[in-house]
Design a protein around this ligand. Structure first.
Ligand code: DDH
Length: 292
């Protein structure tokens, strides 16, 4: 549907920033309306969709990344790492139907931005320009991190995308949000007591709680000694075991503003990996959160 805000050049619909803000608002409104999902928000699983769409990037070959939205198709949609993300894709489908001009790949990353902002996180600059590709652009399994592994695996996976140690730690704080589901990853439980609000609690809990192996039949994970209701993955604990990672955990635990800034910058980079933009970095937009 053409809106009053949209420009029309030579019969071709050229969406403006206002058109994207409208899509943003539609996502935000739907998150608010569908508040009976999980811990009360689709925000965490939407952010995870944006991350798994982007985190397949390989800087060596220039393949993968959010451009293409190839997770729409099997086998990528059924890669073990993507279990459960159909909930986020289905959530966004009616919004795509209302706004057929936006690509899935732009929609998924814009939704990631919206999820972070609506859950009271930092404002994350974003620009459009992703195009959807067919199944032939799909990436092989194994490009996303395996939670049962530790620091050398984290470095292999994230260095391949072009991130450094500081950015690995900054991005990992997204685990302040959401939870593990036994019917998806096999792991169980949330990382923090407020899984629908963006805070630096992940780093604080990593340092301040005592973490023990959980005694159960499921995959090896940690539980907090005090309440036994929180969890950490082996890859999460690697961030405090490894000296180079740990210094950033300590910085972020101490100062939420420092983390917000570095998390924002790392998310901007993540969502843009491998995208053939025709616009410049200083042409990014920021969208107004609905609660602002
Ligand atoms: Fe994560 N993540 N993630 N994660 N992630 C899971 C859930 C969520 C790893 C494994 C898991 C990032 C990094 C890593 C979110 C965001 C981000 C689950 C549970 C596993 C397992 C899935 C389930 O059972 O439903 C591993 C390993 C890493 C790593 O090695 C660094 C990053 C970088 C992000 C990001 O967004 C930038 C979010 C949000 C969730 C919660 C999803 C939900 O449904 O709730």
């Amino acid at each position: 549907e053409l809106t009053a805000a949209s420009g029309k050049k030579g019969g071709i619909f050229t969406p403006t920033k206002e058109d994207y803000q409208k899509v943003y608002n539609e996502i935000a409104k739907t998150i608010e309306e569908k508040d009976d999902y999980d811990d009360g928000s689709y925000g965490p699983v939407i952010l995870r969709l944006a991350w798994h769409a982007s985190g397949t990037y390989d800087k060596g070959t220039g393949t993968g990344g959010s451009n293409g939205a190839t997770m729409r198709f099997a086998p990528e949609s059924s890669h073990a790492a993507n279990a459960g993300l159909v909930a986020a894709r289905d959530f966004l489908e009616p919004i795509k139907q209302n706004n057929p001009w936006i690509s899935y790949s732009d929609l998924w990353t814009l939704a990631g931005v919206c999820a972070v902002q609506e859950m009271q996180g930092p404002v994350v600059p974003w620009r459009p320009g992703r195009q959807d590709h067919d199944v032939s652009a799909s990436t092989p399994d194994g490009r996303l991190p395996d939670a049962s592994k530790e620091q050398s695996h984290l470095r292999t996976i994230f260095y391949r995308m072009g991130f450094d140690d500081r950015e690995i730690v900054a991005l990992s704080g997204a685990h302040a949000l959401g939870r593990c589901h036994t019917d998806r990853s096999g792991y169980d439980g949330p990382w923090t007591f407020s899984p629908t609000v963006v805070t630096n609690d992940y780093y604080r809990l990593l340092l301040e709680e005592k973490w023990n192996w959980k005694k159960w039949n499921g995959p090896k994970q940690f539980e907090d000694k005090n309440t036994k209701t929180l969890m950490m993955l082996p890859t999460d604990m690697a961030l405090v075991k490894d000296k180079a990672f740990r210094q950033h955990v300590e910085r972020y635990a101490k100062d939420n503003d420092v983390w917000f800034n570095e998390f924002r910058d790392a998310l901007v980079k993540l969502f843009e990996l491998g995208v053939p933009f025709t616009t410049k970095e200083d042409e990014r937009w920021t969208f107004t959160p609905t609660h602002a």
